[in-house]
Structure formats: C-alpha cells, structure tokens
Design a protein around this ligand. Structure first.
Ligand code: GUN
Length: 296
C-alpha cells in the first residue's frame, strides 16, 4: 500500500481561512476584533521564530496581535503583573506565554496565573481537568490539530485502536484524552513500554510524539493505519541539515493508509489551531456561538 499524504500545510491554510471568515463576521456584525497576546521572555532563537510567525498569522486572519518581549532577567513578580494586566484587558481574548521560560521562573506558577478562559494553549490546570472530564475547555493546539486532521480523514474515529507514543503534558496526554473523547480505544506508550513494536502494530491510528528522530520504523505500522507524526527533529544527513519526524517516513509510507509528512504535516496546524482557539475564546467571552468545526 502506498499511503495517502495528509497535507497539513493545505489543511492549516483552510483552517486559517475559516478563522478569517469568522473574524470578519465578528467585526462586521458585533464590532469585536479578537486579540491574542504573546509573551516572550528572553532570546531563545527558536522561540523568537515561533513568536514572529504567530504574530504574522494573527494579523493575517484579521485579529489584533499584542507582543510582549521581556528580557531574560525579568522577575517572576513582573511577569505575573503583566499576566494580571492581560487577564483584565477586555481587548485580549487569548494569552500565550512562550515556553520554555528562563530557569529562574516557575513555569507551572506562571501558566496557572493565566485566566483559564484566555489560556489558548490549554495548559492551565483547570483546562487540563476540564478536558480530562470531557467538559468544555481550551484544548492544546498541537493535539487539536492532529484531531482535526484525523476527523477530516476518517469522519468518525469511534471504536478505532489508537496508540499515542509519548506522554508529555503538551501533546501525548491531551492527545490521548481527545481520542478517548472520540471513542477510540487508547493506549499511551512511552520509553518504558514493553514490546513497543507489537503495541504499535495493533493500532489503526498512530500518533508519534516522542521527539526522537525516525524512531518508529515502517515495519511497526499496521497495513493501512493512519500515522500522525508530531516530531520535528533537526538532524544532519549527507552533510546537510534536515527536518525529520519521529517516524521513518519512507518505510512507514509503504505500509500506512495515510501519513503526515515532516515538514508540512502537523507543524502548520499548531498555529492554525492557536488562532482557532483565540477565536473560540473571543466568542465565549462575548456569549456568542462558538465557531463550528474549530473546537474539540
Ligand atoms: N513552545 C513550544 N511549543 C509551544 C506551545 O505550543 N506553546 C507555548 N506556549 N510554548 C511553546
């Protein structure tokens, strides 16, 4: 079998276009412009690239983008004061504090100081609990993007065997909750899982989110399975820098029914879902109906 390639770049563009349509409607009918505040502490180069890209796309869909760049030595007190200000600013509907934070700042404390209704990352402990109990919440962007692609490809996921490889709070755990919410039978596998190849071989859906380049070979993939590769790993091959996923794409594509490439798969969906979450937060804040197809 030669896998269908799930084009995340095209899908993300479609999601952003949907968001832009809804934003235009909100402005015209309600006089409201959704606003996203992004807070970056320090000068981590990768974070700077992400934040610039987020800001650009926020403006492209017609939202207001507020960027707060703080120096690496910013005190916890000052950061918490900024978050408090953003929590109380009615023009800000979404707040994202770029991670990782410099070591002297307590990440959990900072994230949990964001108003859960504005927590467009879905990292606040209240949102984690709401998702875990199947209640309305803000859902982490990367797993939400994966879920959207899976629903688009399969329609219903009910009864499917899903394996999530990786147990991070940002991807693995929320991904498992979302798949359970869509009535999959879910296994969370990780570095200590016994017989990982056999666990993966049972899966109709494989979500790989471990951050280890090409660790899932094609012969672990069940014939016809759908493979969602969350990994973005920089490696050097043949003297060149290359981006690869957590799945060995070439061999997996020979067995899978559908697969996301790296780059151009899950990656572009993350920012698209951040914009979708900001729109959702704005609609909720104004007691307006939520956008269809953009939430879990
Ligand atoms: N750093 C890397 N990915 C993310 C993300 O999704 N959200 C935040 N806040 N920081 C990140």
């Amino acid at each position: 079998m030669v896998a269908q390639v799930i084009d995340g770049k095209a899908f993300a563009a479609k999601v952003r276009a949907q968001v832009a349509d809804q934003v235009a409607k909100l402005k015209e009918e309600n006089g409201i412009t959704p606003g996203l505040a992004v807070v970056l502490v320090g000068e981590d180069p990768a974070s700077q690239v992400y934040v610039r890209s987020k800001g650009k796309m926020t403006v492209e869909v017609g939202m207001n983008s507020y960027e707060h760049k703080l120096d690496a030595e910013t005190s916890e007190e000052d950061l918490l004061a900024l978050i408090d200000k953003l929590n109380n600013d009615p023009s800000v509907h979404g707040i994202l504090v770029q991670l990782p934070l410099p070591k002297h700042l307590n990440e959990d404390l900072v994230i949990n100081s964001i108003d859960p209704a504005k927590d467009v990352d879905g990292f606040h402990i209240s949102n984690v609990g709401l998702l875990g109990t199947g209640q309305k919440s803000m859902v982490p962007c990367t797993p939400l993007g994966c879920l959207m692609m899976l629903r688009d490809h399969h329609g219903s996921l009910s009864g499917m065997d899903a394996v999530v490889i990786g147990r991070s709070n940002i991807v693995g755990k929320p991904m498992a909750q979302l798949l359970l919410g869509d009535s999959c039978t879910v296994t969370i596998a990780h570095s200590r899982t016994k017989d990982l190849p056999d666990v993966v071989r049972r899966a109709d859906i494989v979500v790989a989110a471990v951050g280890r380049p090409e660790m899932v070979p094609g012969d672990w993939i069940k014939e016809g399975a759908t493979v969602i590769d969350v990994g973005i790993n920089r490696i050097e091959r043949d003297g060149k820098n290359k981006l690869v996923g957590d799945v060995d794409y070439a061999s997996a594509a020979e067995r899978a029914g559908a697969i996301t490439p790296v780059p151009g798969g899950v990656g572009p969906m993350t920012i698209a879902c951040l914009l979708a979450n900001t729109l959702t937060a704005c609609c909720r804040a104004n007691s307006l109906p939520e956008p269809e197809g953009l939430t879990a």
